[in-house]
Design a protein around this ligand. Structure first.
Ligand code: NAD
Length: 436
């Protein structure tokens, strides 16, 4: 496929994407655009790095049969995409969602190896998925399905091969089931073969909240750079699951006012600001934002364009497109979700001077504490929460500063700065290891 080259208002060459492109094709085009100035072919002649870094190493496709409680059988598709392990074992979340789209899993695995490089944890990138309406299953059905998936993945995962973690609709419970399956089938514990586990099974302090909190640690650094004080700032959060809830709690702790929130079914707006602890309690107890006694009910998509200083998209890909980008009113966006802004919308926002902390940096707190969990599992020695928080803060601030410095030196966006750092690191490792 050839793509037309044009220039944005910053004079940077951009590869035009086609509306019919899959999310992976679009992710790849962005990578090619950012890799161009790095001149990989000239630096490493004949090493074929662009191809090696844009084609997944391995795709595992599975058919899962689930015995339902009523005795009937449901058939689901599953995937594990192992994209790149040049810098260490594959690492990436498991998403249980009705839409089964291999292209999306490829994109998520691709971003994952860039993310582990940006924040310099010794992993590569992978992603897994089961196409299922997971929320409609009973607790027992969920356990059977997750354990079936774990059995089928057994040969390709492991603490030095590929380490899954939570993502959309998965959490500590699913990770506990995965570990338990491998314990039963291998006859022993290999705790580091999955992260995001409950504390009692070798999980790390601080893992549950790490992604949401990390989104705000990186946001705070960028806010300082643009002269925005988070204390007293207003914020909107799209998606109120693991990442959105902890991002909201952390923002509130820093004195920001949360004026809008949404989940997949409803949006809520209150210019005076929500009591976030109470709102989280309501969401956890009822499973939805709907029915909360404060705020005005709006369509979920409206939350993205409310009047606010800070916007945290923390739901799914492609939430902000060229259609709604001109209406975004926030000064700064920290991408809690993976790929929430399309490349075209990103260009619109860049031209409008909106500061964007990119996903590969903003939501890397989860994989950083997953790395801490893996280290603790190898030593079977567990750190107190203060130590985890301090190490997370240090790692994210170091990564942010490196990316910001690179972006400022090259006159690019933070996203391009992050990609430059990551592509160079992974290229060095790929060349150092050789080809055989
Ligand atoms: P989750 O399942 O806990 O929560 C997802 C939330 O998004 C739910 O509240 C859901 O109702 C909401 N949502 C879905 N579609 C929506 C829409 N159209 N409008 C508004 N809300 C919508 O998932 P999560 O773990 O919080 O993951 C959210 C995002 O963060 C994903 O992109 C995921 O890949 C990314 N992420 C998660 C982690 C992690 O550690 N959990 C790490 C890195 C990145």
């Amino acid at each position: 496929m050839t793509a037309a080259v044009s220039k944005n208002s910053a004079g940077q060459e951009t590869l035009a994407t086609d509306a019919s492109d899959s999310v992976f094709e679009r992710a790849k085009k962005l990578f090619l655009q950012y890799a161009q100035p790095l001149k990989l072919n000239e630096r490493y002649p004949g090493r074929m790095l662009v191809e090696r870094l844009t084609i997944p190493d391995k795709i595992v496709q599975l058919r899962l049969s689930l015995q339902k409680d009523d005795g009937t059988v449901q058939v689901c598709n599953g995937y594990r995409v192992q994209f790149n392990d040049d810098r260490g074992p594959y690492k990436g979340g498991l998403r249980f969602h009705p839409q089964v789209d291999l292209e999306e899993v490829k994109a998520l695995a691709f971003w994952m190896y860039l993310k582990t490089a940006v924040v310099d944890v010794p992993f590569g990138g992978a992603k897994g998925r089961i196409g299922v309406d997971y929320k409609s299953l009973s607790f027992a059905e969920r356990e059977r399905l997750t354990k079936r998936f774990a059995v089928m993945l057994r040969d390709v995962v492991g603490h030095e091969k590929d380490i899954p973690a939570p993502d959309v609709n998965t959490g500590q419970q699913e990770m506990a089931w995965m570990l338990d399956t491998w314990r039963m089938t291998s006859g022993g514990y290999q705790r580091g073969s999955v992260t995001g586990k409950p504390l009692g099974m070798g999980g790390s302090q601080g893992r549950v909240e790490a992604t949401g909190v990390g989104t705000i640690i990186t946001l705070a650094e960028a806010a300082t750079d643009i002269g925005l004080d988070l204390a007293g700032a207003t914020a909107a959060i799209q998606g109120f699951g693991n990442v959105g809830q902890y991002a909201a709690l952390e923002l509130a702790r820093r004195g920001s006012r949360i004026v809008a929130v949404s989940d997949s079914r409803s949006g809520l707006v209150d210019p005076d600001g929500f009591d976030v602890d109470d709102l989280v309690r309501h969401k956890v107890e009822t499973g939805a934002l709907a029915g909360y006694r404060h705020g005005q009910v709006v369509e979920p998509a409206e939350v993205l364009t409310v009047e606010c200083d800070v916007l945290i998209p923390a739901a799914l890909e492609d939430a902000i497109t060229v259609k709604n980008a001109p209406s975004i009113r926030a000064r700064i966006i920290s991408e809690g979700a993976n790929g929430p802004i399309t490349a075209e919308a990103d260009a619109v926002l860049f031209d409008r001077g909106v500061c964007i902390v990119p996903d590969v940096l903003a939501n890397a707190g989860g994989v950083i504490v997953s790395y801490f969990e893996w280290v603790q599992n190898r030593e079977e020695y567990y750190w107190p929460i203060e130590e985890v928080r301090e190490k997370l803060q240090r790692k994210l601030v170091t990564a942010y500063r490196l990316v910001a410095q690179r972006a400022s030196q090259d006159g690019t966006s933070l996203r391009q700065g992050a990609y430059s750092v990551a592509i160079e690191l992974v290229s060095e490792a790929a060349v150092a290891r050789g080809v055989q």
